[in-house]
Design a protein around this ligand. Structure first.
Ligand code: F6R
Length: 251
């Protein structure tokens, strides 16, 4: 249960460039893995972390950063979607990270977009998450007014668990560009819940670009409520926010 009686101020790093966001985020993940080789990580997909993943792959190749004992739980996956669909988050993770590092494949977890029943798949994912303790969760924040974390769209509660959820229209509009036909984007997704995310020992939120400025301001300074799910992160005592200047424009 999240303690909602106490709120905390995040540590905010405003970086001059988007490359510096990548570098700081990758360094934090690498530090975690070096200090605790058996780390459990929650990781996001999307445009924001692509540079971070490039750096992590390069650290693995050039600096022997060792992922052999690391376990990864992804935040979310569209449903329904084929694993090998070019816009699936499973494909994203394989091409951006998993296929290029020495993680044991059994230690990489992502909701199954091909599951016949998303509610059963979500409850299976929840059981797996309840059985572990996530050391570090890296998150992005949804576009525009969504303020989503994972795919916890507006209306998600602080005690929400892994579940099937309908995507917000604003999310669908933004993310449909990654599908060959915009109308192919699934109506929903399976996501870790807000409560799952808040159980991580440390949380790092990364964001880039002006499209995130309103949502960051709303989530960091506005009321803590379900119409801005990222605002729930202020219940976490170890939240670090790493953003570029454009995303910080309203802070
Ligand atoms: C994706 C996820 C989402 C994204 C968010 C930002 O796994 O959990 O919450 O982090 O939609 O996406 P980008 O980085 O594409 O702006």
């Amino acid at each position: 249960m999240t303690d909602t009686t106490q709120t905390y101020k995040p540590v905010i790093h405003i970086m001059a460039t988007s490359a510096e966001v990548d570098e700081m985020a990758a360094n934090l993940v690498a530090k975690q893995v070096v200090e605790k080789p058996h780390s459990y990580l929650t990781l996001p997909t999307g445009q924001t972390p692509q540079g971070m993943y490039k750096l992590l792959v390069s650290k693995h190749i050039n600096e022997k950063l060792d992922f052999s004992a690391v376990t990864i739980f992804n935040l979310d996956e569209y449903w329904p979607i084929k694993k090998f669909h070019e816009a699936s988050y499973a494909s994203y993770m394989k091409s951006n990270l998993i296929d290029h590092i020495n993680i044991q494949k059994a230690n990489w977890h992502i909701p199954n977009g091909e599951a016949s029943d998303p509610a059963i798949e979500a409850s299976h994912y929840e059981t797996q998450l309840q059985g572990v303790s996530i050391d570090l969760a890296i998150l992005g924040i949804g576009p525009g007014k969504t303020c989503h974390i994972g795919f916890n769209e507006r209306g998600s509660t602080v005690d929400s668990e892994s579940r099937y959820i309908k995507l917000d229209e604003e999310t669908k509009k933004t993310n449909s560009v990654f599908f060959p036909n915009a109308s192919d984007i699934p109506e929903g997704a399976i996501t870790q819940g807000v409560a799952d995310i808040l159980r991580a020992k440390k949380i790092v939120l990364i964001a880039k670009g002006e499209g995130k400025a309103w949502g960051l301001h709303r989530s960091i300074y506005g009321p803590i409520s379900a119409d801005a799910p990222a605002s729930f992160l202020r219940y976490h005592p170890h939240l670090t926010v790493i953003i570029d200047k454009a995303a910080a424009r309203m802070l």
